[in-house]
Design a protein around this ligand. Structure first.
Ligand SMILES: Nc1ncnc2c1ncn2[C@@H]1O[C@H](COP(=O)(O)OP(=O)(O)OP(=O)(O)O)[C@@H](O)[C@H]1O
Ligand SMILES: [Mg+2]
Length: 245
């Protein structure tokens, strides 16, 4: 797939999600405290931070799967989520897995086919999920998210179960889909290199608060071996270490 030009970062693009002073409590446990978080159309934000620090909770709030305990949210109604595991229904062929509840909508099958083409799986339309590799199954999950034509795409550690080679090809797939369709993209990842490869902005969450934000001004395609990339990686590592202390 040829790589379209990535959208230039645009501070005036429409906001597709905004959390303002958000607090989230589960019982007595305050999981998020005073979180401000904005995503614009065409922007890619990576959310990183130690385990149990509230990253998935932020994503679930953005997806409308949770409600806040305090503060306010403004979020587009057009969101799609991809989780760490593809969550395919084994009893449905691939194209029906892409559509799920949207199957009855006009033109849905055509959209499923187009989405599967976008992720390079046009030959798996009528396959069963059991016959797919881990990477292919995750591509189906991405096709499912894409066919809804979202303004905001939310990915929660989508590649962490994949081997390094498959992960790199999935990163490049997501990057090219994001560049082509211009949705706002939030990716939760433990992989700081992945954050630097994909994001315009990296947000470090620690103990339920935003610890640090870093803009990534590197041109795309990014080169993990370049001096600039490694300089930023060192800065990010040091902020990340501070967030854990
Ligand atoms: N439904 C829930 N009920 C009670 N506590 C919850 C619930 N969901 C999350 N938590 C708690 O909220 C905190 C943050 O969890 P969250 O899943 O957001 O962390 P995370 O940063 O995504 O972690 P990881 O990197 O391990 O995925 C944890 O202490 C967790 O136990
Ligand atoms: Mg999580």
């Amino acid at each position: 797939m040829s790589e379209p030009a990535a959208p230039l970062h645009d501070d005036t693009a429409r906001v597709v999600a905004r959390l303002s002073g958000v607090r989230k409590r589960y019982g007595e446990n305050t999981v998020l405290d005073n979180v401000d978080f904005t995503v614009r159309r065409g922007e890619c934000v990576a959310l990183v931070g130690p385990s149990g620090t509230g990253k998935t909770t932020v994503l679930r709030l953005l997806a409308g799967l949770e409600t806040v305990s305090g503060g306010t949210t403004e979020i587009t109604s057009s969101t799609s989520v991809v989780f760490q595991e593809p969550r395919l229904i084994q009893a449905l062929r691939v194209w029906k897995n892409v559509l799920l509840d949207d199957a009855h909508r006009t033109g849905a099958r055509t959209r499923a086919e187009a989405a599967l083409r976008d992720v390079g799986l046009e030959d798996k339309l009528t396959s069963w999920p059991v016959s797919l590799s881990g990477g292919q199954a995750q591509r189906v999950a991405i096709a499912r998210a894409l066919q809804r034509n979202p303004e905001l795409m939310l990915l929660d550690e989508p590649f962490s179960a994949l081997d390094a080679f498959t992960r790199r090809s999935m990163q490049s797939l997501v990057s090219s889909l994001w560049a082509r369709y211009g949705f706002g993209l939030v990716i939760v990842t433990h992989d700081l290199e992945e954050a630097l490869l994909l994001a315009d902005r990296i947000v470090i969450l620690s103990q339920g608060r935003i610890h640090h934000e870093m803009r990534v001004e590197l041109p795309r395609e990014r080169d993990v071996t370049s001096a600039e990339f490694n300089l930023l990686k060192r800065a990010l590592l040091s902020s990340f270490s501070l967030s854990m202390s």
